[in-house]
Design a protein around this ligand. Sequence first.
Ligand SMILES: Cc1cc2nc3c(=O)[nH]c(=O)nc-3n(C[C@H](O)[C@H](O)[C@H](O)COP(=O)(O)OP(=O)(O)OC[C@H]3O[C@@H](n4cnc5c(N)ncnc54)[C@H](O)[C@@H]3O)c2cc1C
Length: 266
Amino acid sequence: MDLHTITAVRRPGSRSELALGPGTTVLAGGTWLFSEPQLDLHTLVDLGGLGWPPLEVTGSGLTIAATCTLRRLAAFRGPGEWSALPLLHQCCAALAGSFKIWHEATVGGNICLGLPAGPMIALTVALDGVAVVWPAGGGERRMAVAELVTGVRRTALGPGDVLRAVEIPASALRARTAYQRIALSPLGRSAALVIGRRGEDDRFSMTVTAATERPYQLCFPTVPTAQELTSALAGISRWCADVHGARDWREHVTGLLAEKIRGALS
Ligand SMILES: Cc1cc2nc3c(=O)[nH]c(=O)nc-3n(C[C@H](O)[C@H](O)[C@H](O)COP(=O)(O)OP(=O)(O)OC[C@H]3O[C@@H](n4cnc5c(N)ncnc54)[C@H](O)[C@@H]3O)c2cc1C
């Protein structure tokens, strides 16, 4: 839609030109920004001109630029020993938008929007992703994506902060993973998205998103018993209730999906 309050769109070529003051916000893919009125905004700052490489294989893992599109991420082919790579495509496919959304939506935009059904939140939390943040005041800050997203449409980013990238450690990419998702309709938004990960050292994690207001990562020294998993899930307090599913139903199906994953990775 046309954003009738916007009077300027800037496309900086360097960090020093970002200047994100009041009434100004970051434009990534724009798939959400242009989907509803933005009455508090007058200026958009397009990150596209910063020229960040979308995906970089480094000595310690994979760096995903905030501006990497879901299309690029889904098509990524990495080292053969990264057995978790199918999860990239699975999570991109969890965003049930059209091919136009896939081509434009970015990893950073999905995380910073902070929707419960944000599949890039699920992916990066499940793989122990570390967010690289450019604070408005300068410098660089690193924090787990699990800590960055704090609630529905809430993040730990301050005004003018920019998510630069997410770093995924190679150890998480070498793990075995299992993925389960449910929605109220075949093309509906995720109501529960659960990802299990079993590492080379046998450590096990279960990441719960979409059913909850913020991501939860439940960690275990090894594959838990069904009872241990049920107890850990019972510790989740912030179940989500909205048009995509009732709270008790989401809690119930999360338990079923998590148990399926536990079985698959046992
Ligand atoms: C049909 C349809 C279906 C959708 N389905 C889903 C879905 O299933 N799940 C879901 O989560 N979303 C969904 N969305 C919402 C949205 O398209 C996605 O969340 C998308 O990934 C947002 O990414 P973007 O790059 O387009 O972000 P934008 O729209 O450009 O930005 C989103 C927000 O993040 C901020 N932002 C973007 N990048 C950064 C950055 N690097 N640093 C700081 N702030 C930043 C922007 O200022 C804005 O507030 C859907 C949208 C449509 C139209």
